[in-house]
Design a protein around this ligand. Structure first.
Ligand SMILES: *Cc1c(COP(=O)(O)O)cnc(C)c1O
Length: 402
């Protein structure tokens, strides 16, 4: 048990434990306020945030530009449903399509909904454009994937915690080892409509695939006339030092799935971004969401897109990311088995300590991070973090490991 919780935090934890489903195992910190890379708990203790809500807080907590965009929109109109047009919708779709160098956008709310949207798009495209027999479409996914928590998505998870006990499972998915192009090629028969991949697997522990893998996926998809769907919900929007992680390999997928940071840490908004031919498969009534593409979310996301369009956050992530990885590689080899990642994003495997233990000790030293599996932690500080704050947080990690 980390000795971080003050009296008020302990009370709040007990209340949450009694009245909320136990589907999370939070660290003993109860946050009351936040700004930039820092959060303050209910007892007044400050922590540096090295998780950034799994990359949903890429621009830091309450970035002034994003708060101002939200406030302006709160004074105008927040929700109309898609039954009517509104003045943020067209601009949002056009600006996001331009950022991704694509043509069309289909907005939803959560990441999982956008993944579901991509699956529906690929199946419909497979039947209508590729001519796969109805009900036979297959989507190839990778071992260790994380694409969300819906019943269909957990159907193709390989994590027993995420999947077991939630059947019957949705058919139509084929799982191959991440990074294995030979296995992928063997899995591609005439019923396959798409390959769905995280360009870097986040939940799995920030696993970067072997060099040439994404290029190989692109080539196989092109050769077989099937869609390459890149789930960039966590890896995208500046996290790895580029707008999209696929850019590191000069690979352009047929469809991006975005979420998390798109909402600027203020509202949930996700999207599928693709060509007019592919997203053109939808006709009125075939897909939708009451809150998807609402004016408030679109206004905040437009500001996010404008901030990314300058390239300044991507550059920061690349530069500070090099510093982060250099420092992580200086940690003692006896304690650290492996360091992976790109930009301001790292997975660190420990030899002796559990990821949970490291995160508890970090919290005692006022640094928030999150374990993924077993002996791994993930670091994903806000892209706005100062070099001094980053160094301070890494000093704490070095002290914990020592
Ligand atoms: C977080 C995440 C999702 C799911 O997003 P939610 O908003 O939690 O539904 C899907 N794919 C990846 C790669 C993610 O990191």
């Amino acid at each position: 048990m980390a000795g971080t919780a003050g009296p008020r935090a302990a009370q709040l934890r007990a209340q949450a434990a009694a009245h909320s489903a136990h589907n999370y195992h939070p660290l003993p910190v109860a946050i009351a306020e936040a700004e930039g890379s820092w959060v303050t708990d209910v007892d007044g203790t400050r922590y540096v945030d090295m998780l950034a809500a799994y990359s949903a807080i890429n621009f830091g907590h309450r970035h002034p530009r994003l708060v101002a965009a939200a406030q302006r929109q709160l004074e105008r109109v927040t929700l109309v449903s898609r039954a009517f047009e509104h003045d943020q919708f067209g601009p949002f779709c056009a600006e996001l399509a331009a950022l991704a160098d694509m043509e069309m956008v289909l907005p939803m709310n959560t990441g999982a909904e956008a993944v579901e949207t991509a699956i529906k798009t690929a199946r419909k495209w497979g039947y209508e454009v590729k001519g796969v027999p109805q009900g036979e479409a297959v989507i190839v996914v990778f071992d260790g994937n994380f694409h969300g928590r819906t019943t269909t998505i957990v159907s193709f998870s390989t994590d027993p915690e995420a999947r077991d006990g939630f059947g019957p499972y949705t058919p139509g998915f084929r799982i191959v080892p991440f990074g294995d192009l030979t296995a992928l090629a063997e899995a591609l028969d005439e019923n396959v409509v798409a390959v769905l991949a995280e360009p870097i697997q986040g939940e799995a522990g920030v696993l970067v695939p072997p060099p040439g893998f994404l290029v190989g996926v692109r080539e196989l998809c092109t050769a077989h006339g099937i869609l390459f769907i890149a789930d960039e919900i966590q890896s995208g929007l500046g996290r790895t030092g580029t707008t999209f992680a696929c850019e590191h390999d000069d690979v352009v997928p047929d469809m991006y799935i975005l979420g998390k940071a798109l909402g600027g840490g203020i509202v949930p908004i996700s999207a599928v971004v693709s060509s007019a031919e592919i997203l053109g498969v939808f006709q009125p009534g075939q897909h939708g969401s009451t809150f998807g593409g609402n004016p408030l979310a679109c206004a905040v996301a437009r500001e996010v897109i404008a901030m990314l369009a300058t390239g300044e956050y991507q550059e920061r992530s690349a530069k500070l990311g090099t510093h982060l990885h250099n420092r992580l590689c200086d940690l003692p080899e006896s304690e650290v088995r492996e360091v992976r990642g790109r930009g301001l994003w790292a997975g660190v495997d420990f030899t002796r300590l559990s990821g949970r233990k490291v995160c508890e000790r970090l919290a005692e030293r006022r640094v928030l991070a999150k374990d993924t599996h077993g002996s791994t932690i993930r670091l994903a500080p806000p892209l706005v973090i100062s070099e001094d704050d980053l160094d301070w947080a890494l000093d704490q990690l070095a002290a914990v490991v020592r």
